[in-house]
Ligand binder design. Structure first.
Ligand code: CO
Length: 216
């Protein structure tokens, strides 16, 4: 590593020390309290994009949001990482809300609209192409490509919320405790504002019968 690269990396550790000092100044017991218990009310499923940090954009503190992030905020039903996070958040932490948060200008969504090969990731974003196919007529009717991409971002979030509702984890929790609520949001990189897509579910009654699991 050259000097500049080393300095950049060391800077993070220096900033960590400064952050600890600031937090301790505000509240001497900050770390003591936080280390005792974790009881977040929210599970955040967001994009890995560095510009969409869950805590910062929602004004929440450490301890308030349980977070899972992947490229293009996908809920893939064979993803053990996502399923493990979801199971732990819903059944152990008993979160009250699960939020899928996408963002306009998402590189994963943009890549899914094109034909270029990127490598391994082509398999990951294939599911977004399937969202496009599901909503083909609506999307093709939008002539402006940015507007079309923005709509695909929204539809992708809606489909991921829908995919959450299809999981046995969510359906069992709904049966058992009537929660959590699941929501779909889109973050706007240019304004910093979150757009609530108003796709909130807390029961499987809106799913077609073949998705509704018999849970005893
Ligand atoms: Co993204």
């Amino acid at each position: 590593m050259n000097n500049r690269v080393i300095e950049e990396y060391k800077q993070l550790l220096l900033q960590n020390k400064a952050w600890v000092e600031q937090k301790t100044l505000e509240d001497a017991d900050f770390f003591k309290k936080l280390s005792k218990i974790q009881s977040p009310k929210f599970l955040w499923i967001g994009c890995s994009d560095s510009r969409v940090p869950a805590n910062e954009i929602t004004g929440t503190k450490p301890g308030e949001v349980f977070v899972h992030r992947n490229i293009a905020n996908m809920v893939v039903n064979t993803d053990m990482n996502l399923l493990s996070v979801l199971d732990y958040a819903v059944n152990v932490l008993t979160v009250e809300h699960v939020i899928v948060c996408g963002h306009y200008g998402c590189g994963g969504v943009r890549a899914a609209m094109g034909q270029q090969q990127y490598g391994l990731i082509d398999n990951w974003i294939r599911d977004i192409k399937d969202v496009y196919r599901t909503h083909y007529e609506e999307l093709e009717a939008i002539a402006d490509l940015t507007a079309r991409e923005n709509r695909l971002v929204e539809l992708n979030v809606i489909e991921q919320v829908y995919d959450l509702s299809k999981t046995s984890i969510i359906q069992s929790a709904w049966k058992k405790r009537g929660g959590p609520y699941i929501h779909g949001w889109v973050y706007n990189l240019e304004t910093g504002l979150i757009n609530d897509l108003n796709v909130t579910y807390h029961s499987n009654s809106e799913l077609p019968a073949f998705y509704r699991l018999m849970i005893d």
